[in-house]
Design a protein around this ligand. Structure first.
Ligand code: ATP
Ligand code: MN
Length: 484
């Protein structure tokens, strides 16, 4: 059988006892015509294959170049060298795939992350990206494990939708109509989408929430975990045009239950990664520490990556209202000395990411959950708080802000009262007739319910310490870029 191989991760966990094994992988380095560092992606660690001098023909040795694919069979022996406990004494070497050393773009040296983005199809073969994507996998697995253990139903909400969930972002249109100007038109000159594939205008989804609510009001607890799309032209280190979002939606939950679940969830998946991907995280922690050495003292993180993750696990998130946050910000020396680009103008303003980061990184120095935001700056479906001062109406919204990342979760208790929801929709010019199905949940057995959305890539950034979101998704889609 071709595939009878042992993965290097498993091999390295064994004791060397002359056992015969077959490994397959890609050459990282080949030193002195004698030592092959072979990697198969199961771990960042390589197996050292020792090639006895004179045992193999020169023509074969010449083909052992960086990234050539090999099948090696041999005996596992205790290593004489430092740095590894075992060697694989090559008995047989088969070249499965050659790699032209002259043309191979990834040389065994340090490349910049920017350069590696240009060869994203090969960057998984570096230690950094090997670790990032194994951690990404572990986090994704932990997401399902967490919700499964709690009895949530995993729901696949549609990718093509006719609704703009919340005006959450600019949308990508989905159409089969010609774009050369010959598309069928209405009398007023606008495009007649009745002639389009779905008989209406459709887009790629920006959020699965509204459909998620339909599930929650039948199953109780559901979650989605899928791709979402936003055509926002914001070239930042935290925005992608295509990103993965996790959106749990729970019946019989109020905003406090919602915050509790979100905090527990974040801690759980971080804990899972620490337990199952320690080696990768330690490698990434070292990488980050090395990178930060080049920064001036005041730009470096106060904690190492591992320390930061442990800190998150063992400390409560700070919870405060939007109103308290505005007061803290307004009275901060930072604001008084006019160090914010956007001055704190008072209650009602939308917080900029510099404000959020100040609260998290300077003031509280831990994750912060802000809740009860002004209704005017939040979406129509968020539950209107009772007993607000006139002019200071708030909704039961909550955002979780994380150090170094900013907003990582956005959520709310949903407005379950039909009359209030309809009134709000009218005020905000949301077409109620198009959302008749959404409003039906409020007509037939409506219940208090809540949910949130967590941007998966921002979570991966937080756990891996990668500063650019383009480096935690395999093939990033951003304005002007959709290679691979
Ligand atoms: P931001 O203000 O950072 O743009 P948002 O308010 O638009 O975020 P929501 O609509 O609440 O975000 O989306 C829920 C979560 O999805 C966010 O908390 C964030 O983690 C993530 N997210 C939002 N937009 C993007 C994006 N363009 N790329 C990656 N993740 C995103
Ligand atoms: Mn946004």
């Amino acid at each position: 059988m071709f595939n009878k191989r042992i993965k290097i991760k498993e091999l390295l966990s064994q004791e060397p006892a002359e056992q015969e094994v077959t490994v397959m992988g890609w050459v990282r380095t080949f030193r002195n015509n004698q030592f092959i560092a072979l990697n198969d992606g199961s771990t960042n660690n390589n197996i050292q294959v020792v090639v006895e001098l004179g045992k193999f023909p020169d023509e074969l040795l010449k083909r052992i170049t960086t990234s050539a694919a090999l099948k090696v069979t041999g005996a596992v022996v205790a290593s004489l060298g430092k740095g590894q406990k075992m060697d694989l004494k090559a008995g047989n070497i088969e070249i499965l795939g050659d790699s032209d050393a002259e043309k191979y773009p990834l040389q065994p040296k340090k490349h910049s992350l920017e350069f590696l983005r240009e060869i994203a199809h090969l960057r998984f073969r570096t230690s950094t990206f090997g670790s990032v994507f194994r951690v990404r996998h572990a986090l994704a697995f932990a997401v399902h494990k967490f919700f499964n253990e709690k009895g949530f139903v995993y729901m696949h909400t549609p990718i093509i939708t006719a609704s703009d969930a919340e005006g959450a972002g600019e949308m990508f249109r989905v159409t089969t109509l010609p774009i050369d100007g010959t598309a069928p038109k209405n009398e007023d000159g606008s495009i007649n989408f009745k002639e389009d594939f779905f008989g209406r205008s459709t887009n790629l989804t920006v959020s699965g929430q509204l459909e998620g609510e339909l599930g929650a009001t039948a199953f109780g607890d559901i979650y989605t975990f899928g791709p979402t799309f936003r055509a926002e032209n914001s070239n930042t280190t935290r925005h992608l045009a295509e990103f993965w979002m996790i959106e749990p939606e729970m019946a019989f939950y109020d905003i406090e239950d919602n915050m509790n679940l979100a905090e527990e969830f974040i801690k759980y998946i971080i804990g899972y990664a620490i337990e199952n991907n320690k080696e990768d995280l330690e490698f990434l922690a070292q990488r980050l520490a090395d990178e930060e050495k080049q920064l001036p003292q005041d730009k470096r993180s106060e904690m190492g990556l591992m320390e930061k993750l442990e800190f998150i696990l063992h400390n409560n998130f700070e919870r405060l209202t939007y109103t308290d946050a505005i007061n803290i910000l307004g009275e901060s020396n930072h604001n008084k000395k006019k160090k914010f680009q956007y001055e704190i103008t008072g209650w009602g303003m939308d917080l900029q990411s510099e404000h959020e980061r100040y609260l998290v990184e300077k003031h509280f120095k831990k994750p912060v959950i802000l809740y009860n935001y002004p209704a005017a700056i939040k979406a129509f479906y968020m539950r209107q708080n009772d007993g607000c001062e006139p002019g200071k109406e708030t909704v039961a919204a909550m955002d979780i802000l994380a150090p170094g990342i900013g907003e990582i979760v956005g959520g709310s208790q949903r407005e379950e009262r039909l009359d209030k929801l309809e009134r709000r929709m009218k005020e905000m010019h949301i077409p109620a007739e198009e959302l008749w199905w959404y409003l039906d949940t409020r007509r037939f057995g409506t219940v208090p319910h809540a949910g949130f959305g967590l941007g998966f890539e921002r979570m991966v950034q937080f756990v891996t310490g990668m500063t650019n979101i383009r480096d935690v998704i395999a093939f990033p889609r951003t304005p002007g870029s959709a290679e691979f």
